[in-house]
Structure formats: structure tokens, C-alpha cells
Design a protein around this ligand. Structure first.
Ligand code: IMP
Ligand code: MG
Length: 181
């Protein structure tokens, strides 16, 4: 069986929703001096780049990124968080917004939010996730901003991959015809 992708959200639907989220975040942060937006690579690649262009902040944002991975099979995370790139400047006591592709089991987000709290005691710490898959949650995580809530499907595109493929698709689709658990 050939892998097939069924479109769930078009590039246009995604762009519209990201613009709405950006407006909401701009509103919430209007009195905050210089928020730090941290993109979690690689999955947040597209969402992060689009979202920050819709955030208006008094003295502009500070943009940072980290790379986290939860190795396992292509569709099932192992639970162990790898930190291939976790370099951050001194952002002690700052207002931090973490930008993630998807909150699935919640392990990655839980790990990183706890890490930031521990390392930098942020003045505020929020999570923006392009997608939320609450049905799969293992660790308690509730994103503050969510693009779309999805069912228990394996999705690709707009930064999300299956074995390092499909990240470049401008739309989001459900992948089938592969060994998705
Ligand atoms: P966690 O289980 O919440 O820790 O999510 C770990 C990572 O698994 C996410 O950051 C994604 O990169 C990846 N992931 C989870 N669900 C999907 C999916 O449906 N498609 C592609 N990647 C996913
Ligand atoms: Mg992945």
C-alpha cells in the first residue's frame, strides 16, 4: 500500500488561524517589554516562522530556538527526550513563550517547560502549540494557545514529519498507508 495524505487543513486555513493566534498573543503581551519566543525545532519550523511575523510587541521579540527530539519509531515517541541543541542565552526572569508543533503525549512540552522554570525562573511562561492531540496525553500539559485540536491521527506537513519526510508541505494532512500505530 502506498502512503497517502488526506488534507485536513489547507495552507490558507492554516495562515488564517496563525494570524488569529498572532493577534491574540499580541493583545496578551501588549504591556510586556520584550518577550522571548523559543521555537522547538524541527517540528515548529513553519509555525514558528509564521507566528512570529504576526506578533507585534513594544520593543520587538527576542527569538531563540532549541532542538528537542523524542526518539523511537517514526510515529511513536520513545518517551526519552533527547536534547541535540539546548543552548540559550541568559533569559533569567524574562517572559517566555514556547512554540511547539504538537502536544501529543505531552512529554516533550512537560520536560522543556520544567527545564525553563528550573534554569531561568521566568516572569511568565506560556506554551503555543500549532496542534493539540489531547486524547494521547500522558503528562499534564495544557497549551495556552492552540492552532487546531486534532483527533488521534498521525499528521504530517507544515513542519511535522514521518521519518524526516513531508515537513515542507504547506498544508496539514493525515498520513495513512504506513505503519502508523
Ligand atoms: P510528545 O509526545 O507530546 O512529547 O510529542 C513528541 C513529538 O512527537 C512532537 O513534538 C512531534 O514532533 C511528534 N509527533 C507527535 N504526534 C505527531 C504526529 O501526528 N505527526 C508528526 N509528529 C508527531
Ligand atoms: Mg518527528
Amino acid at each position: 500500500m502506498e502512503p497517502t495524505i488526506r488534507q485536513l487543513y489547507s495552507a490558507k486555513q492554516i495562515q488564517d488561524r496563525v494570524a488569529e493566534l498572532g493577534a491574540e498573543i499580541s493583545q496578551d503581551y501588549q504591556d510586556i517589554e520584550r518577550p522571548v519566543a523559543i521555537g522547538v525545532m524541527k517540528g515548529a519550523l513553519c509555525f514558528f516562522a509564521d507566528l512570529v511575523r504576526h506578533i507585534q510587541s513594544k520593543k520587538t521579540l527576542q527569538i531563540e530556538f532549541v532542538r528537542l527530539a523524542s526518539y523511537g519509531s517514526a510515529t511513536e515517541s520513545s518517551g526519552a527526550i533527547q536534547t541535540p541543541y539546548l543552548e540559550l542565552p541568559n533569559i533569567l526572569h524574562r517572559d517566555i513563550i514556547v512554540v511547539e508543533d504538537i502536544v501529543d503525549s505531552g512529554r516533550t512540552a512537560r520536560f522543556f517547560m520544567d527545564y525553563l522554570k528550573d534554569q531561568f525562573q521566568p516572569a511568565s511562561l506560556k506554551l503555543a502549540a500549532f496542534l493539540d492531540k489531547p486524547s494521547r496525553r500522558i503528562m499534564p500539559v495544557k497549551p495556552d494557545y492552540v492552532g487546531f485540536t486534532v483527533d488521534d491521527l498521525f499528521v504530517v506537513g507544515y513542519g511535522l514529519d514521518y521519518g524526516e519526510r513531508y515537513r515542507e508541505l504547506p498544508y496539514l494532512g493525515e498520513l495513512s498507508g504506513v505503519n502508523v500505530q
